[in-house]
Design a protein around this ligand. Structure first.
Ligand code: IMP
Ligand code: MG
Length: 203
């Protein structure tokens, strides 16, 4: 352990109840879009960050849908996205002529989303839309728009509700932002005791 955690290092961003309300609205909006669609839409979750959001979102859509997943690996593990990504797991669904919805946790620079869109577009979906829980619009490198976003946020580094730092913190039921990313980067487990009340096994 290095320096003790100061009170101002973690800021609450969205509480579990706020997430629930907003995700219900997103589910309703997505449902409306596809009521007249010829086939059930295919939600394509981008692992692993989408997992918690997608579980709630899918149940908030009052329509028959298909679920599938992709996993990509970026060569930069952390906050900075190089845009150089490769597919580590691909969808099983043949998305040709289907209504596809990419489900992302965060769109930041837009580089990852651009890669995913280009990749899926080569397979000729009927439509391709994007839903993201969080949109860091001000940080875009590529001018890419999403169709639905839960919340637009500034240049904050966030954790929880599926969103991680080095694999940690995904199972928080709410979102927090980290004020000093350098401290967290130097000590991955720094906020584990503060955020998880039961002391489990340390890594
Ligand atoms: P982009 O290619 O820069 O848009 O990167 C988006 C990806 O970067 C997200 O799917 C996250 O995996 C990661 N990311 C961006 N911002 C944050 C954050 O605040 N916390 C944790 N991961 C983030
Ligand atoms: Mg991600």
């Amino acid at each position: 352990m290095t320096e003790p955690v100061r009170d101002d290092e973690l800021q609450p961003l969205f509480a579990a109840a706020e997430l629930r309300t907003r995700v219900a609205e997103l589910g309703a909006a997505i449902g409306e879009t596809y009521t007249e669609a010829p086939d059930p839409p295919v939600l394509v979750g981008i692992l692993k960050g989408c997992a918690v959001f997608l579980a709630d979102l899918a149940r908030a859509i009052p329509l028959d849908i298909d679920l599938d997943f992709m996993a990509i690996s970026s060569y930069n593990q952390d906050a900075d996205s190089s845009g150089v990504v490769r597919i580590v797991m691909d969808v099983e669904t043949d998305v040709a002529n289907r209504d596809v919805v990419i489900v992302e946790d965060i769109v930041d620079t837009g580089l990852t989303l651009n890669f995913l869109r280009q990749t899926l577009l080569t397979r000729r979906p009927r439509t391709l839309r994007v839903v993201t829980l969080l949109d860091k619009k001000a940080r875009r490198i590529l001018p890419i728009e999403v169709d639905w976003s839960g919340f637009e946020i500034g240049d904050l580094y966030v954790l929880g509700y599926g969103i991680d730092h080095q694999g940690r913190y995904r199972n928080l039921d709410h979102l927090v932002s980290v004020t000093d990313l350098k401290l967290l980067a130097s000590e991955e487990d720094r906020y584990v005791p503060a955020l998880f009340p039961v002391a489990g096994v340390s890594r």
